[in-house]
Design a binder for this molecule. Structure first.
Ligand SMILES: *Cc1c(COP(=O)(O)O)cnc(C)c1O
Length: 448
């Protein structure tokens, strides 16, 4: 066995949880049999960037628990907001009813988002936000006398969620093999991922070359196309593939020119992750649909939102029910989740988080030099509060080994293939960044 979790096995509570979890819980994104060699890790509590096991071993949550946590675990301000709301109204259906938290959140998001996205439609998870944006786009065209516009395009290696509609615009070979027969797979266009640039070609030039391929596709198929969906600036699940903002500018122009919607899936990159509150700001564009989830509640509660423009909203505004948007989730606009999101926005404003993150990112870039210069580290990259690199390692099961060895070094890292990335909570301190870098260096050194 690779993984020395003897401490955990010595703890009766922890051992008991492991066995029961393995028997009764089907865990996501996992081959359950692998847990015979890589045991599940029971977590008892969290505080700041740290997660604690029952044995009091601690783990620095360098991936923000799948990219959702912004201001640390058990953040007192978010806890207080949820507790306050809990005493007033835990939930009411949003069809036919409304409440203060959902109205306030919609107004504040409307003020913060790129100009013109004044209408908010809510759901509970990222994949549902993708579904909503796709349906809204095609339904808009239908309501506008263009019922033939029902197809979509996404980038190569795109990821927009794993429900069947979202999978149709997700380009992951493993999923396509397993579920391809169930979906209507949509076309992809070349990704402006700068690692694919030719020798001597700048990331901007490469982005423009990819935009030319997008233009060709739009030219040929625009009559059938409803929308182009993109993860702006960073394709997360592809392994933190980063591209130049000029691609988004060009995509916006081309979508306007060919009458195709632009959907910005900012589920992972929104809420300050790329250095601006929304990634689209760095290209100075307004998408037709903006999808948010993951960090929107600070990592507390499931919530997602699709924001759109007035012209699109107006195309649904009519006497007939069938012209209205047909989509509903039981927990749409849940008040507790909305309060967590409002508390998250308060922290952004009160702590001047975007400016503080710029300083933290600069510090991280400075102290990470020894890691960046390690012989087994390639394609070091950074956008805002995301860092990633490719690790050179002879191990085919590098991701699992790295995960296990990192835990022994008090780090929660979860590589995507041989891509190691940091996406820490914004509350990470300088000392914690130092620990993250030095321990990662040890892990990479041992596995290379
Ligand atoms: C995580 C993610 C999704 C899916 O969100 P879920 O809440 O996991 O359904 C969609 N798009 C992007 C870019 C994501 O990172």
């Amino acid at each position: 066995m690779l993984f020395h979790m003897s401490d955990i096995y010595r703890q009766p509570d922890s051992k008991n949880l492991l066995v029961r979890s393995h028997a009764a819980v089907w865990h996501p994104c996992s081959q359950m049999k692998h847990h015979e060699n890589f045991p599940l890790l029971p977590i008892a509590r969290g505080s700041g960037v740290w997660l604690y096991g029952y044995d009091d071993n601690r783990y620095l949550d360098a991936v923000s628990s799948w990219w959702v946590n912004l201001f640390g675990h058990c953040n007192p301000r978010i806890n207080a907001a949820i507790t306050d709301q809990l005493g007033k109204l835990e939930h009411v259906m949003l069809a036919g009813f409304t409440h203060e938290p959902v109205v306030q959140l919609s107004e504040r998001l409307g003020e913060l988002a790129p100009e013109g996205l004044g209408h908010c439609f809510y759901a509970s998870d990222g994949a549902s936000a993708t579904e909503i944006a796709l349906k809204m786009s095609a339904h808009y065209w239908r309501n506008s006398g263009k019922p033939g516009k029902t197809q979509f395009i996404s980038l190569e290696n795109s990821y927009h969620g794993e429900t069947l509609g979202a999978l149709s615009v997700t380009d992951v070979a493993l999923f396509r093999d397993a579920y391809g027969a169930l979906i209507r797979q949509q076309a992809t266009v070349p990704s402006p991922d700068w690692r694919k640039a030719a020798a001597g070609e700048s990331s901007e030039d490469y982005a423009l070359r990819c935009a030319a391929a997008l233009e060709q596709h739009l030219q040929q198929y625009h009559q059938q196309l409803a929308a182009f969906i993109i993860e702006p600036l960073v394709q997360g699940a592809a392994g933190m593939a980063m591209h130049a903002p000029v691609y988004l500018q060009r995509a916006r122009q081309l979508c306007d020119e060919y009458g195709v919607h632009l959907i910005a899936d900012e589920i992972a990159v929104g809420m300050g992750r790329t250095g601006t509150l929304f990634a689209c700001e760095q290209a100075n564009i307004t998408p037709d649909f903006l999808c948010l989830s993951k960090g929107i509640t600070g990592g507390y509660l499931p919530l997602s939102v699709v924001m759109t423009r007035d012209e699109i909203y107006q195309a649904f505004y009519a006497d007939e029910t069938a012209r209205g948007f047909l989509h509903s989730h039981s927990y749409t606009g849940n008040p507790l989740a909305c309060r967590a999101a409002l508390a998250t926005l308060d922290i952004f404003a009160q702590d001047n988080v975007l400016a503080a993150n710029r300083d933290k990112a600069a510090y991280m870039n400075e102290i990470s030099r020894p890691l960046r210069e390690h012989r087994a580290v390639h394609d070091w990259r950074n956008t805002g509060m995301i860092w990633a690199f490719e690790a050179e390692s002879p191990h085919r099961d590098f991701a699992q080994r790295c995960f296990a060895l990192a835990l022994e070094n008090e780090l929660l890292l979860r590589p995507i293939g041989k891509t190691v990335y940091f996406m820490p909570p914004y509350t990470i301190s300088k000392e914690e960044m130092g620990l993250l870098v030095s321990r990662t260096l040890q892990v990479i050194d041992q596995l290379s």
